[in-house]
Every structure is written in structure tokens, then in C-alpha cells.
Design a protein around this ligand. Structure first.
Ligand SMILES: *[C@@H]1O[C@H](CO)[C@@H](O)[C@H](O)[C@H]1NC(C)=O
Length: 284
């Protein structure tokens, strides 16, 4: 009996090794991932943000049925039910403050708070600018278009972020050490708080930047998803996929990304893949 089990085990490990070497498809951290479609027929979903408390995914999409081009919507990540937010002009940016449990939506005439009960967005005072992107780290940071300036909304008032007065930025995010990452058409940069200077991280063509529930940063370009490890000071290419519009990370660490016409979850399978190493590590 023991001998038979040993043989079975031996055969199994040989077979699994063969499978490992033939691993294709989406590989993240040496694990094969399946693409699980959350929603299809969504035109150009941008600016994904998760309300971790309610497990809702907010995003904007392109709509051609009225004069406003962009609309805000959200999907229940458990049931995949979709709802469209009412009463917002050109809903484009999305961010969630998990401390105060506030969902912020950015339109073409300022910032709104979302109300789950009425399904409506309520404009808040402080700005009437065209909001491009938003990020919460204690306060609400946001960029405006076409000016490409970075603002912070605090105590009901907005002001330019003092450290970024001289630079243009389309996307902004802060890490757990209050370093400010920002991107513009020249690439990705970080303002290092402790050293009070800006350094260049690479000519990445960012279309989204986000943090997971622990404050670790991730970003996407049209062709890949990356993580920023602040401790080891490295940017890692997690996976290369064509046609990415945005990325966000679920509570349990699953990656969700949007493509030209759908929203997809990368779900880890049980398969480990060492043969297809596609990681590239850039040192900051
Ligand atoms: C992007 O930001 C960097 C760092 O502040 C700056 O040197 C560069 O001129 C900016 N690029 C554009 C196109 O404004």
C-alpha cells in the first residue's frame, strides 16, 4: 500500500512538473490566473475605485445616448449587478474614503458625494473644475483637466498641493510614507517627502494608479499592470495584457482591470508556473 502511494505520488509530481513547464496565459507572481468576466459591453471603463466596506466597484464609462460623454456607474462585486449614478455632469473620477465611508465622484463641474440610498450624486462646495482623477489618503487629492494641476480638498476647502506647484500631473497617489507619486506625459515621478525632491521613475504611460486595502500602490499602462514596492524601492511588471484602461485591487488581493469593452477579474488558479517568468524589475 505504501509503495503504491509512493508510485502514485511520483507519477503525480512528474505530470505536474510537465504541466508547469507548459504554462501559458496570465501569470502573476508565478501563479496561473483565469480571466473572470465581471461585466461585458461596457465602453471604455476608466478610473476604477472600490468601496471596500460595501464591496462596490465604481468606474466611469463612455455613453453616447445623451450630450454627456462620461457617466459614473458601479457594480456590486458579489452579484455583478450594475447601477448608473444619477445627477452628475460628466461623471469621470472615482475615489473612496474608507475612514469616513464617503464615495467621491468627480464630474466636469466639480466634486460630488454619492448617496447609496437615493442612488444620486450630490455636488459639494469647493470647486467647479473639471475633475480628471481623485485619490484619498487622509484627505482627497485630485487633478483637473486640461490644466493638469494637483489639488487637495481638506476641511471643506481646496488648495493646490504646495509640493507640486511647479509641475503638471494627470494622475496622483500617495503611499504609506506620504510620498506623492504623480504622472504626466513625461512619465511617472515621485515627490519624496523626507528628502523634499522629485525623482523620475520611468517613462511609463500611466492610465490609472490605485492602492490596495493596505495602501500598497499599483498602476496600469495600456499594456501592463505594475506594483510599486516602496520598501524595496522597485516597480514590478505583474502582468502584460493588451488594451488595459484601468486597474484596481480587491480586498483579498485579486486584480480587477478594465479593457476597451469589459471589466475582468484575474482569479488565481492552483497552477504554479516557473517556466514563463515574465517579471521585469526596475530599480528606482
Ligand atoms: C512632468 O513632471 C516632471 C516633474 O515635475 C516635469 O519635469 C515635467 O516637465 C512634466 N512634464 C510635462 C509634460 O509637463
Amino acid at each position: 500500500m505504501k509503495a503504491l502511494m509512493l508510485i502514485v505520488f511520483f507519477v503525480y509530481s512528474v505530470v505536474s512538473r510537465v504541466i508547469d513547464e507548459k504554462c501559458d496565459g496570465v501569470i502573476v507572481h508565478n501563479i496561473h490566473h483565469n480571466k473572470e468576466i465581471i461585466k461585458e459591453n461596457i465602453d471604455s471603463a476608466y478610473q476604477l475605485a472600490i468601496d471596500y466596506d460595501k464591496n462596490m466597484l465604481f468606474f466611469s464609462y463612455s455613453s453616447y445616448d445623451s450630450q454627456s460623454t462620461f457617466r459614473s456607474a458601479y457594480i456590486n462585486l458579489k452579484t455583478n449587478e450594475l447601477k448608473i449614478v444619477e445627477d452628475i455632469n460628466g461623471g469621470f473620477a472615482n475615489a473612496v474614503d474608507s475612514q469616513t465611508k464617503t464615495v467621491y465622484l468627480g464630474g466636469n463641474d466639480g466634486i460630488y458625494k454619492f448617496d447609496y440610498v437615493t442612488n444620486k450624486a450630490i455636488h459639494i462646495d469647493g470647486t467647479t473644475d473639471n475633475i480628471w482623477q481623485m485619490f484619498v489618503k487622509k484627505d482627497l487629492y485630485y487633478t483637473i483637466y486640461p490644466d493638469e494641476n494637483v489639488y487637495v480638498f481638506k476641511n471643506g476647502q481646496t488648495q493646490r498641493v504646495p509640493e507640486l506647484l511647479k509641475t503638471k500631473a494627470m494622475l496622483v497617489a500617495l503611499d504609506n510614507n506620504d510620498n506623492i507619486y504623480f504622472s504626466n506625459s513625461s512619465g511617472l515621478f515621485v515627490y519624496k517627502k523626507a528628502k523634499d525632491y522629485v525623482s523620475f521613475l520611468g517613462d511609463y504611460n500611466l492610465n490609472s494608479i490605485t492602492s490596495d486595502i493596505n495602501g500598497n500602490l499599483f498602476f496600469s499602462t495600456p499594456s501592463g499592470i505594475y506594483s510599486i514596492d516602496d520598501k524595496s524601492k522597485t516597480i514590478k511588471n505583474l502582468v502584460s495584457i493588451d488594451n488595459i484602461y484601468g486597474v484596481v485591487v480587491e480586498k483579498d488581493g485579486n486584480i480587477i482591470y478594465s479593457s476597451r469593452d469589459s471589466i475582468v477579474r484575474l482569479k488565481p488558479s492552483k497552477k504554479t508556473c516557473f517556466a514563463n517568468e515574465k517579471h521585469s524589475v526596475d530599480v528606482i
